[in-house]
Design a protein around this ligand. Sequence first.
Ligand SMILES: C[S@@+](CC[C@H](N)C(=O)[O-])C[C@H]1O[C@@H](n2cnc3c(N)ncnc32)[C@H](O)[C@@H]1O
Length: 275
Amino acid sequence: MENVIHIDDPEIEVLLDDFIEIYGYDFSGYSKASFKRRLQRLFIMDKMVNFAEFRYRLQNDRDYFNHAVSEISVNVTEMFRDPVFFKTIREKVVPVLATYPLVRIWHAGCSSGEEVYSLAIILKEAGILNKSILYGTDLNPNVLEKAARGIFPMTAMQQYSRNYLLAGGREDFSSYYSANYNFAKFDESLSQRMVYSTHNLVSDFSFNSFQLIFCRNVLIYFDKDLQSKVLSVFDKSLERFGFLALGSKESLRFSGIETMYEMLDGKEKIWRKFK
Ligand SMILES: C[S@@+](CC[C@H](N)C(=O)[O-])C[C@H]1O[C@@H](n2cnc3c(N)ncnc32)[C@H](O)[C@@H]1O
C-alpha cells in the first residue's frame, strides 16, 4: 500500500518560501533534517492527503499555520533542567547579580516557563527576586500563555523537587506552589517579577540590556550561520561582565564573539563577557 507520506526537499523549500512571504516567519536557518521531520509528523498527524492540500491549509488558514509553528518549535522543557547547571548559577552567578541595584534577565526561547520559575526560585532564596525582572520570550505564543499562568502538571512535581534539591535547594519545594487536583499553581510572588512576550530570534532585535541571558536548548535547532547571528544579538544585549547561559550541547565556538567571553568554570555552558 502506498501510504508512506513523504514531503521531499523541494517541497520543503516551497513551504519555507511560503512561510516567509505570507507570514514573515523565516525558518530557513533551522536544521533541515529536524524541520523536515517535524513537518512530516504534522502531515501525518493531521491526516493530510497530499502535499497540495497541506500547502493550501498552511497558506490560507492562519490558525493552522500557528498550529504548525507550535509543532515545528520543540517545546520540551522542565524545571531545574540539568540541576548542576542551576547549582552553578546559584553559587557563581547569583552572588554577582546581587551586587546590582536592578537585575535584568532574559530567557530567550523559554517555552512554557519552567526555566524562568526555576531561576525565580533561586533569586528568591538569595533575597534578590524583588529587585529582578525576568523577561521570558518565545516564538510560540501558546507556550507563553502557559508560562504566564504558572500552572504545571502535578505529575511532574516529584521530579522537579528532586532536580531542585540537586540544584542546591534547601527548602521544601512544595512550599512554592499550591496543589489543585492535577495541577500545581506556582506562587505569584514568583510570577510577579516576570514579563512574557513573543520574540522571534530569527527576525527580532534586542529589546533591552541584561546582566544575564539564558538561551538553552534553542540554538541546537539552528544552523551555524543562524547560531552566530543570534549569538551576536545576545552579545549586543548583554552588559559588560554579564553572563550568557546556553544548553549543554551548545557553544560559542566559531560564533565570532567567543574572544570576548570566558567560560565560568569550564564545565557548565556559562560564559562571562569581559569586553
Ligand atoms: C526545547 S525548548 C527549550 C526551553 C528551555 N529553554 C529549556 O531549555 O528547557 C526550545 C524553545 O525555543 C523556541 N524557539 C524556537 N525557535 C525560536 C525562535 N526563532 N525564536 C524564539 N524562540 C524560538 C521554541 O518555541 C521552544 O519553546
